[in-house]
Design a protein around this ligand. Structure first.
Ligand SMILES: Nc1ncnc2c1ncn2[C@@H]1O[C@H](COP(=O)(O)OP(=O)(O)OP(=O)(O)O)[C@@H](O)[C@H]1O
Ligand code: SF4
Ligand SMILES: [Mg+2]
Length: 318
């Protein structure tokens, strides 16, 4: 069966003076149309690098960039840069970058910034693009006459909504949102999350939602991918994941969230993630894993489960 969106063995390594940083190291996952996937993991595990690899937004110091990214069966990694820019980035797959609200151009009016991708990538006239920008501002709960304002005239939450409107302006099929609410207060976070849920229903959008907030991911996700030290260690249906996570790291991540309904004390994951320059051989989580045993010195197998997988020796089928 042809999958809607599929990432297979994607690699993105950076070259630095200290060595090669293996930020995305053989990542695979797949999504159906209209699904939302939460991509979770600690700071520095490679989440933003994975989104940059999918969108081909690469820095100069790339050392290795390869893999397969299929959209509707078409491997978009084989497109040349011009075709990718014209047909994929912003048009089919768009992006709300990390800290997007600080990335708006301070001297360009909001409306012009939202309209720009439409003019650049779809050749739409300026008037038509501004009309669409005004409509999108409404969808993200900002009055449409704000198209004539400058970013400094808006609150942080409003600027973040503008970044979301910008990502939606060219009617993309998939939007990657990199920590879209993490810099905001809890109430604004909840409002924006609700708006994202509404938009999803209206336009059947597929979303990759990057966050390190487990409770946010439980609100939005149909699928969950847990990233650790450049690898996806568990990819699972959200329902299964939140009921019965399979990988020891996933379990500890879930147990680290305080709950009101039980007396269970939150568990803190000891130690810190390994360097991506010389990640440990064998299982990369072994130095922090309470279940570690002799086999963990070797790289764990990717064990298939219903609709997903986890990489751990404990799950090896006997
Ligand atoms: N251009 C680059 N050159 C060298 N190393 C880089 C580059 N960009 C990112 N890195 C490193 O790659 C690793 C993954 O970074 P990335 O930004 O993808 O992590 P992240 O999971 O998004 O973290 P956060 O949650 O803090 O946003 C980190 O060790 C980071 O320092
Ligand atoms: S492979 Fe071993 S060290 Fe790694 S998560 Fe599984 S039990 Fe823990
Ligand atoms: Mg990041």
């Amino acid at each position: 069966m042809q999958r809607y969106f599929e990432v297979e063995n994607l690699f993105l390594y950076y070259k630095t003076l200290k060595g090669i940083v293996k930020a995305v190291d053989g990542v695979s996952f797949h999504l159906n149309k209209g699904e939302a996937m939460a991509l979770i993991g600690e700071s520095g595990c490679g989440k933003s690098s994975l989104s940059r690899a999918i969108l081909r937004l690469l820095p100069r110091n790339v050392h290795r960039y390869e893999g397969v990214v299929r959209l509707n069966g078409d491997n978009i990694m084989e497109y040349n840069d011009e075709k990718f820019r014209k047909e994929v980035r912003w048009v089919k797959i768009s992006y709300v970058p990390q800290a997007a609200m600080n990335a708006l151009n301070p001297v360009i009016k909001i409306g012009d910034q939202i309209a720009e991708p439409l003019i650049l990538h779809k050749g739409v006239s300026k008037n038509e693009a501004l009309e669409k920008a005004a409509k999108l501002l409404n969808i993200v709960n900002i009055p449409s006459d704000f198209i004539n304002r400058y970013p400094f005239e808006l609150s942080g939450g409003m600027r973040q909504r503008v970044a979301i409107a910008m990502a939606l302006v060219a009617d993309p099929e998939i939007v990657i949102m990199d920590e879209p609410t993490s810099a905001l207060d809890v109430l604004t976070q909840a409002n924006i999350l609700n708006e994202i849920k509404d938009i999803r229903k209206k336009v059947n959008l597929t979303i990759i939602y990057i966050t390190h907030d487990i409770s946010v991911s439980s609100e939005i996700a149909d699928k969950v991918a847990v990233m650790y030290a450049g690898e996806i260690v568990e990819f699972n249906d959200a329902e299964h994941f939140f009921k019965k996570p399979q990988h020891p790291y996933s379990k500890l991540l879930l147990y680290s969230v305080p709950t009101l309904r039980t007396d269970r004390e939150p568990i803190y994951i000891k130690g810190s993630p390994p360097s991506l320059i010389n990640p440990p051989t064998g299982c990369r989580f072994k130095d922090r894993c309470p279940y570690r045993f002799d086999k963990c010195e070797k790289s764990p197998p990717k064990v298939d489960m219903d609709g997903g997988f986890a990489k751990c020796w404990l799950l090896e089928k006997r």
